[in-house]
Design a protein around this ligand. Structure first.
Ligand SMILES: [Zn+2]
Ligand SMILES: [Zn+2]
Length: 143
């Protein structure tokens, strides 16, 4: 357990401990996503994601529940405690997004931009110095 980013791996999991995962590889700078689907699916006004190459993401314990959150993406969460875990675009199967807050040490993975900033809740003031894209912004190569 823990975060060993300097050595190339990172672990995380859900609130109740039923799901544990490990990332064996680099983690690209993440984003704060303000889209309405992230908001509704988590119950949070903004969701911070990191992106990794799919083959570096490995479940150590448990099987998350999955559902199609839109025609082009699937999300997973812990079926016991509800922690949102991943976002998988069906047309981009080589990478997967992971909720930074489910990492054991999210403090090591600061995001570098806002996406879907046009949908932002107007009273939220957060990291105003970061780039803000109205929608998805430029593609971020994972790893
Ligand atoms: Zn859980
Ligand atoms: Zn989103």
């Amino acid at each position: 357990m823990g975060d060993r980013s300097d050595d190339g791996w990172t672990e995380g999991g859900c609130l109740c401990g039923a799901i544990r995962y490990r990332i064996d590889g680099p983690i690209a700078a993440g984003c704060h996503c303000h889209c309405s689907l992230c908001r509704r699916s988590t119950g949070a006004v903004v969701v911070t994601w990191i992106t990794v190459r799919r083959e570096t993401f490995r479940l150590l314990k448990g099987t998350p529940r999955r559902y199609r959150s839109s025609p082009k993406a699937e999300r997973s969460f812990c079926g016991d405690c509800g922690t949102p875990l991943t976002f998988q675009r069906l047309d981009l199967v080589g990478e997967i997004d992971i909720t930074v807050a489910s990492l054991d040490a999210p403090e090591h993975h600061a995001p570098d931009r806002h996406i879907f900033a046009a949908n932002r809740v107007p009273w939220l003031r957060l990291d105003e110095h970061l780039c803000a894209y109205a929608e998805e912004g430029p593609p971020e190569p994972a790893g």
